[in-house]
Unconditional design. Structure first.
Length: 647
């Protein structure tokens, strides 16, 4: 018997002697009453201690172990909670709470794959609780099973439509699917018209309308191409201040493809700009009578990119006495279409025709612009449709705003033609729109939370929608002035929009409260570099090196210090720092600068090696789908003679 065991026995024996008669052991009932009282008061530590005493009194009762695990979970003792839940399940594997929380706690511990079986068991045990599919969805996101995550999160939102966390997670899962599909597209189909059309759309989001128009124009003669491509060119021209060129494209699209209702929206926008209000109203009413869902899903483009005065003119026109000729239910729908009232955007288009009264083929309905009738004829047999029919279903469903059905068509098409450019195209479009709708629902459910606005800002920034991100961060700051995450976000958004004074003001405000924060110091350094004030940038970068930055931040910091030294004629120091930061080179710019500095020193061998590395990085960017329109040709350094550059 060890000394420690002897001491324990002595202490136990001593507890029954010395001061009067032995105290009676507390009853299980009294211990549980104390636990429940502590739990109700929010004192989870005391409750956990009470349940520990309870399981000593009644070790064979699984519910007590489950309650102990819950209290340990609440106080952050995840390891203890896992042990308690495991013990509860050994006693009774059919308990819902231990299965659910064991899965949740495994996920929190970084053991996502181990969490899955417990969460699946919990879901089977209680099909009415949204927490199990919500937790499963989050786990599937963490292990990269994004389609499975979407299915589980759809279950959670169907069970609890007001569960904001499920809508947010759903938005993230859909965005992850967009990234997956985009990666495959760029690796396997980067030269296809479908990939180029998506890229042109991204150029428009960045307000690079001239470049987008050039790219759209280059695709017009492609044998296979997305629908309404000429109309997309028209809208790019319109945004690039070429209304006459845009009108020609809308008219040409209507003549060649009368089923392209998007071209009619373009003509409506031109008519409003030209003061032809009656013509605009007649065209819009005709579109509504063709397909309500198309107008509900797409008429917002009438305001897209317009100046506030033009947008106000359009809204005023469509709500004025001149619009009395509009169908009454269209007049009622327009405020929601233009974002002036709430619209449950996640729902498929309404006003569906009765199938018993549909006597035309899907192709005939499509040609007439009756997209909902077309989609309804095809959706019941998605698994049996041919490639051609799936193509038709995707177009009809997309035109009428049913992105969930577009995604079903894309997935079915992908099964028939794995990784085809068309399947990826429809999947990317549908998932991005479903993501934005999920995030919009999340925002409506929790509109006054600073945290929700920061989360949405982060997502919009990831999507390069910097204006939207900026709006969300500013809203968060109104709700929670000085919030560090919101300040970081808005400063980053300002910097991305090249608003350096506003970025500096936000970063300085944050630094006044957290002067050693590496993220804010890095932001401030970028602002100073953007202003070409290299001497002012250096102290912020050096401070980061003396804090505890994230390891992945260090190469970028060294690279920026190297650029400062290069601009201040400290060539040796610049080469050293740029070499330390070379792993952060995403576009070849660091190796370009290194090549210049090596040549400045007469080191042609290292200069050529840096140029070769720069070429490789640029080639890899193009292989990942970056077009020449974004990634300019290599520097003239490539063709320079192999001789030193005189300082």
């Amino acid at each position: 018997m060890t000394h420690g065991t002897k001491l324990l026995l002595v202490l136990l024996a001593g507890s029954t002697i010395g001061f009067g008669q032995p105290q009676p052991a507390p009853s299980l009932e009294s211990v549980l009453a104390d636990a429940q009282q502590a739990q109700a008061a929010g004192d989870y530590t005391a409750a956990a201690n009470d349940y520990k005493q309870a399981v000593r009194l009644q070790p064979g009762m699984p519910q007590l172990w489950a309650n102990l695990g819950l209290m340990q979970h609440e106080v952050g003792d995840i390891g203890g909670a896992i042990g308690s839940f495991q013990h509860a399940l050994r006693l009774d594997p059919s308990l819902y709470v231990p299965n659910l929380f064991l899965g949740i706690d495994y996920a929190h511990s970084g053991k996502a794959k181990e969490a899955v079986p417990y969460l699946l068991a919990a879901e089977k045990l209680n099909k009415a609780d949204p927490q199990a599919p919500l937790a499963l969805g989050r786990v599937y996101i963490s292990i990269g099973s994004f389609s499975a995550a979407v299915q589980q999160l759809d279950r959670a939102t169907n069970l609890a439509p007001k569960l904001g966390a499920a809508w947010f997670a759903s938005g993230i899962a859909h965005l992850d699917l967009v990234q997956d599909d985009s990666r495959i597209m760029s690796e396997q189909n980067k030269e296809s018209p479908y990939a180029s059309a998506l890229y042109a759309e991204s150029l428009q989001k960045e307000a690079r309308f001239g470049e987008a128009a050039t790219l759209y124009r280059s695709l017009l003669n492609a044998r296979q191409q997305p629908p309404c491509l000429r109309t997309e060119l028209g809208f790019a021209l319109l945004r690039n201040h070429d209304p006459s060129g845009a009108e020609k494209q809308f008219v040409a699209e209507g003549a060649a493809h009368p089923e392209c209702s998007l071209a009619v929206l373009g003509q409506i926008r031109i008519a409003i700009a030209n003061g032809d209000n009656q013509g605009a109203i007649e065209l819009l009413d005709d579109l509504w009578n063709r397909d309500h869902g198309f107008v509900e899903s797409n008429a917002g483009i009438l305001l897209d990119g317009t100046l506030s005065d033009a947008a106000a003119t359009t809204v005023a026109l469509l709500s004025s006495q001149e619009s009395a000729a509009l169908t009454p239910d269209l007049r009622d729908a327009l405020p929601a279409v233009f974002g002036l009232s709430d619209l449950e955007a996640n729902q498929p288009a309404v006003h569906a025709p009765d199938r018993s009264q549909m006597h035309q083929t899907p192709e005939a309905y499509y040609a007439e612009g009756h997209f909902l009738a077309c989609a309804r004829q095809l959706e019941l047999s998605v698994a049996r449709l041919t490639v051609e029919k799936l193509h038709l279903l995707a177009e009809c469903a997309e035109s009428t705003g049913n992105d969930a059905l577009v995604l079903r068509a894309a997935n079915a098409l992908n099964r028939l033609q794995p990784h085809s450019a068309e399947a990826l195209y429809w999947s990317i479009l549908a998932n991005e729109r479903l993501a934005l709708r999920s995030l919009a629902r999340f925002q409506r459910l929790d509109p006054d939370s600073a945290t929700s606005h920061v989360l949405l800002g982060d997502v919009y920034h990831q999507l390069e929608r910097n204006d939207d991100a900026q709006t969300e961060y500013l809203t968060a700051l109104k709700l929670s002035p000085g919030d560090p995450a919101a300040l970081l976000g808005v400063a980053t958004a300002y910097l991305s929009n090249s608003n350096l004074p506003a970025a500096a003001e936000a970063a300085q405000s944050a630094l006044s409260k957290r002067p050693d924060d590496p993220d804010f110091n890095l932001l401030m350094a970028k602002v100073e570099l953007g202003c070409h004030d290299y001497a002012s940038a250096l102290p912020y970068l050096e401070k980061i090196l003396h804090t505890e930055p994230r390891p992945q931040m260090l190469p970028l910091v060294h690279a920026l210090i190297g650029k400062v030294y290069a601009e201040t004629d400290k060539t040796e120091e610049a080469i050293r720092e740029l070499s330390l930061g070379a792993s952060s080179d995403e576009d070849g710019s660091i190796y370009y600068l290194l090549a210049h500095l090596y040549r400045k020193q007469g080191d042609l061998k290292d200069a050529d090696a840096a140029i070769d590395r720069m070429k490789k990085i640029k080639s890899q960017r193009r292989e990942r789908g970056y077009k020449l329109i974004e990634d300019p040709e290599l520097s003239s350094l490539e063709s320079q003679p192999e001789r030193p550059i005189n300082p």
